[in-house]
Design a protein. Structure first.
Length: 512
């Protein structure tokens, strides 16, 4: 990216430099900084990187960790013996074996995890449970991986997240298939895997069937807007692009821009653009892009969607000055009614809580399509997991670590998480009886409408630099600022993807 300021600012500036400010930010983590503009150049500006870390998109330098993994010895000799497998104990947890759980102390806090630990302790009263929370996951746990004595369950998140690819590549993680195939906590007739939201199992896979990661939080991406503002235009959310242009024209006549976005970090644009490409051309187009297949970006669906977005710029429907705005500034302008639509994720509700008016009536929609010839129906949306939990292969009590996750994936634990931190979980439900905030309520409705039409592009967690700096800043950012045409953007992005595909130093992944 041009200056590398946001990326480097968080991943490499170091935690100590920011002192109290950094600690306070990390406590909020993905539930967003609420201090608005004055934080835009500091901690607030690095929110996305923390969030990206939670999704496995960003990792701190891992040379030491690579070496540690490569040389990790020990472990195994202190493994807890299996317990008795029963209906209430499907993973055969040893009832007296200690269990250790280390949580990332971030924006979701630790109360939800502490509550789930109490349920474990009640189920296994003879087991000694050690629970701790830290922001320094890698520096705390790297030596323990090296010694072969890692904890039984880790929330591997935050600025010091351990590199998932390295952990998987060095056989440091336990396959969570036994957890997924175990009876769910609430209904013995249902497996845990049958209670999860779309895409969660696939996100935890790298190559092949094993599932290495359980993403616990769940984010809805799409086009966010004020229902009140839309109503004031006497308009419904547009389902075709002609309708989108008509709504934007109505807004323009009332002195309101149709769109704004994080111009300094234009890799926010794909939050609505990628699922639109999937809607127009089908899932296989997104899979081909993720797989770095030759000419994947030259698919007609990509061209149609790039042309559509470029039209917003050409017709003057994008808020003036947007290319110079960061995510906080663009969200603030949008919340103040200067623009109708913004591409974002469900964290925006908390992140912009201090600027969103009480009567804003926040809503999210799946992206608008082109027309009735689109391959997937209106409602096709991008939603995926965050907050990655792992069970180390050399943990003394792997069954205990998985059992703790099984508890967390119950309806009660999920409801507890959602009510406390205003975020959905991987559990497909858990919202009954909770008074949902407007954005969360709209997100749940959007997921219900989508049904099985949920897409999950993987570029942002498989190829970070390609997605952010190249596709985002150099491609989409330049196109939406009017400095290159859609055709030029597509050629540029395809060249970047081809270069990544040929780069032997990059680990390549493919949809199975």
């Amino acid at each position: 990216m041009g200056s590398h300021s946001e990326n480097d600012g968080f991943a490499h500036e170091g935690m100590e430099q920011h002192g109290f400010e950094q600690r306070e930010f990390d406590k909020r983590g993905p539930e967003r900084s609420r201090s608005g503009q004055n934080r835009a150049a500091g901690v607030g500006r690095r929110d996305l990187i923390r969030r990206s870390a939670a999704l496995g998109l960003v990792s701190v330098p891992t040379t030491g960790f690579l070496a540690a993994c490569a040389s990790s010895g020990g472990g195994g000799e202190d493994k807890a013996k299996a317990g008795k497998k029963t209906a209430k104990n499907p993973l055969a947890v040893n009832e007296t074996a200690p269990m250790e759980f280390v949580l990332f102390d971030g924006g979701f806090g630790k109360e939800y995890a502490e509550d789930a630990v109490k349920i474990y302790e009640k189920a296994f009263p003879q087991a000694k449970v050690k629970f701790s929370a830290t922001q320094k996951i890698q520096s705390t746990l790297q030596p323990r991986f090296n010694q072969g004595t890692p904890p039984d369950l880790i929330d591997n998140s935050g600025a010091e997240q351990m590199d998932m690819g390295v952990l998987v590549g060095k056989n440091q993680l336990a396959d969570l298939t036994p957890l997924l195939d175990a009876a769910s906590f609430d209904d013995p007739a249902k497996k845990v895997r049958d209670t999860l939201r779309p895409g969660i199992v696939e996100m935890g896979q790298f190559d092949g069937a094993p599932v290495w990661i359980m993403y616990y939080a769940y984010t809805v991406y799409g086009v966010w807007y004020s229902q009140k503002a839309l109503d004031s235009l006497d308009a419904a959310y547009p389902q075709t692009w002609d309708e989108m242009l008509a709504v934007c024209e109505k807004a323009k006549k009332k002195g309101m821009a149709g769109w704004t976005y994080a111009g300094k970090y234009p890799y926010y644009l794909p939050f609505s653009l990628y699922p639109m490409i999937g809607k127009v051309g089908g899932r296989e187009v997104l899979d081909a892009i993720d797989n770095l297949e030759p000419n994947a970006w030259k698919h007609p669906a990509v061209k149609a969607c790039f042309d559509a977005y470029y039209e917003l710029y050409k017709k003057g429907y994008v808020l003036r000055g947007t290319p110079g705005l960061d995510h906080i500034q663009s969200q603030t302008a949008w919340a103040k009614g200067k623009a109708l639509f913004i591409p974002n994720g469900s964290w925006v509700e908390n992140e912009s809580a201090n600027v969103i008016p009480a009567d804003f009536d926040l809503a999210v929609s799946a992206p608008t399509g082109i027309d009735s010839s689109d391959k997937m129906p209106f409602g096709t949306i991008w939603a995926s997991g965050g907050e990655p939990f792992v069970v180390p292969a050399k943990a003394a009590n792997t069954a205990g670590g998985m059992e703790q996750l099984r508890i967390m994936l119950s309806e009660a634990s999920s409801r507890n998480f959602t009510s406390k931190v205003k975020s959905l979980t991987a559990y497909n439900g858990g919202t009954d009886g909770i008074t949902l905030t407007p954005g969360l309520k709209s997100g749940v409705a959007a997921l219900d409408k989508a049904g099985s039409n949920v897409v999950n592009p993987r570029l942002q967690d498989w190829y970070v630099q390609l997605q952010k700096e190249k596709i985002g800043v150099s491609g989409l950012g330049e196109m939406m600022a009017g400095r290159i045409t859609p055709a030029e953007a597509i050629k540029k992005i395809q060249d970047y993807a081809d270069a990544t595909a040929k780069d032997g130093s990059v680990k390549h992944y493919k949809h199975q």
